[in-house]
Design a protein around this ligand. Structure first.
Ligand code: NAD
Length: 480
């Protein structure tokens, strides 16, 4: 059984869970400990005890630890990608991309650890100078979802440690293997015991411990909006000081295709954004908002391309779409397919395939709804699977209004050959990330990531902006 990592030791849980391959449900990847509530508290105690020492570490020490982690991920990227594809179900190519990104993130924050600068200002009072410095926040709880099992942990753990914080990390219970592999790499660095702790288990069983303990100074969360709201409430209403919190949640991302778009490019963007990684990306293009002059050609080209999207075992060469992550997510996706049909939308694909190549997995053919309106349930609620809907609109003005008519605001895209339209949509789309002639999903590791409205709360993640969350600013007034 793979154990939790607490105070520098590998410890058994009270209980354990089997990690199942969604491409082949007979394949058990391993048994992973589930931490008890007591162990979660022990992890917090360990982090709290270690935090002052790590806060005093030199930038060079932090850089060396993070660089070493990045180098090992790079050196082992094929093995780690295979593990990721096996437990989560994204294709080997996508898994490799995710693992390499995790390595890049550790390397980037190794550099950031050496670039933590303050500022100096004059005072309005004579004889006084003002210093502005960034300090670690203390102990950070890191709670992550299942859809990016190594990249999201990396983009939270690396900046937390780079800025001198201690960490208690709880990965999603569906995908503990990649998280455990990352923890094992961290366990062999020169991080002092207790600076990094791994507690695996279910959010509903140990999650509240990681929010309510007043020794936790900050909580960074990525996951669903429902859980995000719970986390916000717990951080604010707990006894003692409130916890700082950062939430990255759902999306209902529009990809606008205007009459003047390059059709092939627009279809590439839509197929990638809607269906790659089995549509299980918070940045997936789930609403394809298409003006009427190009609509019929766009739909015909999409349907033609979809027939070539081979669904199958995530690790089999040639697979384009891997399985849905588990039975519960599959059921939810199929329910939305039914809802779309009942609301009168026309469907291509969307069938459950019980077996492919003799393997039982959670296989779902990509689903494209046409003749939909923006008020249908499938266009309002996040469907976390390979399901997209085309909404026909009259012109660019209506496209913009429909694109922004959603409670979410993570990513948005436009396909157009007009510079004027590209500039207009770039300015007016209400999203944290805007893509011009590019899929709504697929982002760089060194620049800010995050959204607006119900998609996000708090400072941006990644790139130099990550400092906002992982540090607290001190202003010192000095009279010599
Ligand atoms: P989820 O909200 O079910 O779980 C996320 C994490 O929260 C898991 O580790 C879970 O164990 C934990 N959790 C659950 N209940 C908790 C509680 N009461 N207290 C503390 N922790 C708790 O989300 P999921 O199903 O794992 O992930 C899918 C969701 O994540 C989608 O909505 C997707 O859009 C979102 N997501 C967002 C981004 C982004 O950056 N905006 C990125 C990836 C995924």
């Amino acid at each position: 059984m793979k154990r939790n990592f607490i105070a520098g030791e590998w410890v058994k849980g009270d209980d354990c869970a089997e990690n199942i391959n969604p491409s082949d449900t007979r394949d058990v990847i391993g048994a992973y400990a589930r931490a008890s509530r007591f162990q979660a508290t022990e992890a917090i105690s360990a982090a709290h005890a270690a935090a002052p020492q790590w806060a005093e570490s030199t930038p060079q020490q932090r850089a060396e630890v993070l660089d070493k982690v990045g180098s090992e991920i790079l050196a082992r990227h094929s093995e780690l990608a295979d593990l990721l594809a096996r437990e989560e179900g994204k294709t080997l190519a996508d898994a490799r991309g995710e693992v390499l990104r995790a390595a890049q993130i550790f390397k980037f924050f190794a550099g950031e650890a050496l670039r933590i600068h303050g500022g100096l200002a004059g005072s309005v009072r004579a004889g006084i100078s003002v210093e502005v410095a960034r300090e670690p926040v203390g102990v950070v709880s890191i709670i992550t979802p299942w859809n990016f099992p190594i990249a999201i942990p990396a983009w939270k753990i690396a900046p937390a440690l780079a800025h001198g914080n201690a960490v208690v990390f709880k990965p999603a219970d569906l995908v503990p293997a990649s998280a455990w592999a990352l923890a094992e790499i961290l366990s062999r660095t020169d991080l002092p015991a207790g600076c990094f702790n791994l507690v695996m288990g279910r959010g509903r069983e140990i999650g509240d411990v990681l929010l309510e303990d007043s020794r936790i100074s900050a909580v960074t969360f990525t996951g669903s909006e429902v859980t995000g709201r719970r986390i916000a409430a717990a951080c604010v209403s707990r006894k003692g000081p409130m916890a700082k919190f950062q939430l990255e949640m759902g999306g209902k991302n529009p990809l606008v295709v205007l009459d003047d778009a390059d059709l092939d490019l627009a279809v590439d963007c839509a197929i990638n954004g809607a269906f790659f990684a089995t549509g299980q990306r918070c940045t997936a293009s789930s609403r394809l908002v298409v003006t009427k002059g190009i609509h019929d050609r766009f739909v015909a080209a999409m349907v033609a391309r979809m027939s070539a999207l081979r669904v199958g075992d995530a690790r089999k060469p040639g697979t384009i779409i891997g399985p849905v992550v588990d039975a519960a997510q599959l059921r939810e996706d199929l329910d939305y397919v039914d809802i779309g049909r009942r609301e009168g939308a026309m469907l291509t694909g969307g069938h459950f395939r019980e077996q492919i190549d003799g393997k039982s997995g959670f296989y779902l053919e990509p689903a494209l709804f046409v003749a939909t309106t923006n008020d249908m349930t499938i266009n309002r609620e996040e469907v976390f699977g390979p399901v997209a809907a085309v909404i026909q609109v009259a012109d660019a003005e209506e496209a913009l209004a429909v694109a922004n008519d959603t409670e979410f605001g993570l990513s948005a895209g436009v396909c157009t050959t007009s510079l004027k339209m590209a500039s207009l949509f770039k300015r007016k789309l209400e999203a944290g990330m805007v893509m011009v002639n590019a899929p709504t999903a697929g982002v760089d590791p060194h620049v800010p990531f995050g959204g607006r409205k119900a998609s996000s709360y708090g400072p941006r993640e990644q790139g130099p902006h990550a400092a906002e969350f992982y540090t607290t600013v001190k202003t010192a007034y000095v009279q010599p």
